[in-house]
Write a protein that binds this ligand. Structure first.
Ligand code: HEC
Length: 159
């Protein structure tokens, strides 16, 4: 009897350990910054604001070549922009004060969020582009960013 009680006790304790609650998943890196700094314009659901702030969901620039996205993020964007079927005439602030790693997290976040599905942005590629354009002080125009040479990463083969 004693042994049986002991056995049940050990069994219950073992099952108790097994049933520990599953860990709460951490939010993806970059999400907190997006919510704090980008969502005021582009919105938490990535839908933007019609004719004022372009949506980042299902967006060709966000999911396109990451060289172009990095340039835009480092120095900002200003000028008439055709995004989807709408025209925008605003400005996106530059984010070059952020570290390569933080910026990589944010850009990777928007490339994977809201059904977007593009490869992650490597921090090393941000480093290369930052170095290459270290003397640049003006924002990019949508026209400039369209040029094929502004989609690749200088010095990185295969892009
Ligand atoms: C103050 C408002 C504002 C904030 C904050 C802002 N943006 Fe923008 N963003 C804009 C506007 C306006 C445009 C369109 C610029 C134009 O008309 O040339 C834009 C354009 C863009 C585009 C290009 C979209 C396209 O269709 O080509 C991307 C990508 C982008 N923003 C990403 C971001 C990210 C990432 C953040 C946060 C780190 C951010 N933006 C923060 C206003 C903002």
């Amino acid at each position: 009897m004693m042994r049986k009680t002991l056995f049940l006790f050990v069994l219950a304790a073992w099952m108790g350990c097994k049933q520990s609650p599953s860990p709460i998943p951490l939010p993806p890196p970059g999400m907190a910054f997006y919510e704090k700094q980008c969502a005021s314009c582009h919105q938490s659901d990535g839908e933007g604001v019609l004719r004022t702030f372009p949506p980042l969901k299902n967006n060709a620039t966000v999911e396109g070549p990451h060289g172009r996205l990095i340039r835009l993020a480092l120095h900002g964007l200003e000028g008439e922009l055709l995004s989807g079927s709408e025209v925008y005439r605003g400005a996106c602030p530059p984010w070059g004060h952020l570290s390569d790693e933080d910026l990589a997290d944010i850009l990777t976040f928007i490339r994977k969020r809201w059904g977007n599905n593009a490869p992650p942005v490597p921090a090393d590629d941000i480093k290369m582009i930052r170095l290459f354009y270290r003397d640049r002080t003006t924002p990019w125009t949508p026209e400039e960013l369209k040029k094929p040479e502004n989609t690749s990463v200088p010095g990185v083969a295969g892009w």
